[in-house]
Design a protein around this ligand. Structure first.
Ligand code: DX5
Ligand code: ZN
Length: 225
């Protein structure tokens, strides 16, 4: 079920004064997670499309763009133009989710929908067959460094069941509060893309933190759900 596990450091937690160096230090990861916050959908502002262009020019890794914005319909194309390899928008923010997913696919990128902690997985039932990935927020979005909400584990298992019922196998990404001590549990519950902000960028040795997350995640993959 869990083919490979992808580690996606979130550069929200990086030192912005030396971003190129930070990107070089995470080159053993699988994806770069790029958090866009608009100060409206979430109570914080991060960075936008110009920085995405700079990041794309500074890394060989695919960039996984997470749009925490209201009206993603008016934002998505700019991020695709800037080279987003996968694009995640929030279910709670989108008015026409199917249309957005088709647009992302037409542009050759991977399409994902994110769910806030209080949004149930059953809402994805009509669209799950079309998604490359589902992002289960394991904290309320807006800030790095929060604690994982424990009920997320049950939600991950429910999402796995929904996917099994539909005979589909989208990537399942977790984002928020993932640390060395809980990564095995989220993987055992069904996640296979691990976003990590503070647990990578607050470590003195980023490469080692990535390696340790990967090792612990693999342990979770060998445990039953
Ligand atoms: C939270 C963001 C996350 C954040 C994760 O709103 O979507 O990607 O950077 O940071 P940590 O791993 O520190 O919780
Ligand atoms: Zn994120």
């Amino acid at each position: 079920m869990n083919e490979s596990i992808l580690i996606a450091p979130s550069i929200l937690g990086a030192d912005y004064t030396r971003l190129a160096d930070e990107l070089a230090q995470i080159e053993t990861a699988d994806l770069v997670h790029f958090d866009v916050m608009d100060g409206h959908f979430v109570p914080n502002i991060s960075f936008g499309v110009d920085l995405l262009r700079a990041v794309k020019a500074s890394t060989a890794l695919p960039v996984d763009v997470h749009l925490m914005v209201s009206n993603p319909e008016v934002q998505v194309e700019k991020y695709l133009d800037a080279g987003a390899d996968s694009l995640t928008f929030h279910y709670e923010a989108a008015t026409h989710a199917n249309r957005l997913v088709s647009l992302i696919h037409d542009r050759g990128a991977k399409a994902a929908i994110a769910l806030n902690p209080a949004t149930p997985v059953c809402l994805l039932e009509p669209i799950i067959d079309d998604l490359d990935m589902v992002l289960v927020m394991t904290v309320n979005p807006g800030f790095g460094g929060q604690r994982l909400i424990e009920s997320s584990l049950k939600k991950l298992r429910r999402l796995r069941r929904l996917c099994d019922e539909h005979g589909v196998n989208p990537r399942i990404e977790v984002d928020g509060g993932i640390v060395m001590g809980n990564v095995a549990n989220v993987v055992a519950s069904g996640a296979n893309v691990i976003v990590a902000g503070s647990s990578v960028f607050s470590a003195a040795d980023r490469a080692r933190a990535i390696q340790e997350l990967r090792r612990n995640a693999k342990r979770g993959a060998s445990k039953p759900l």
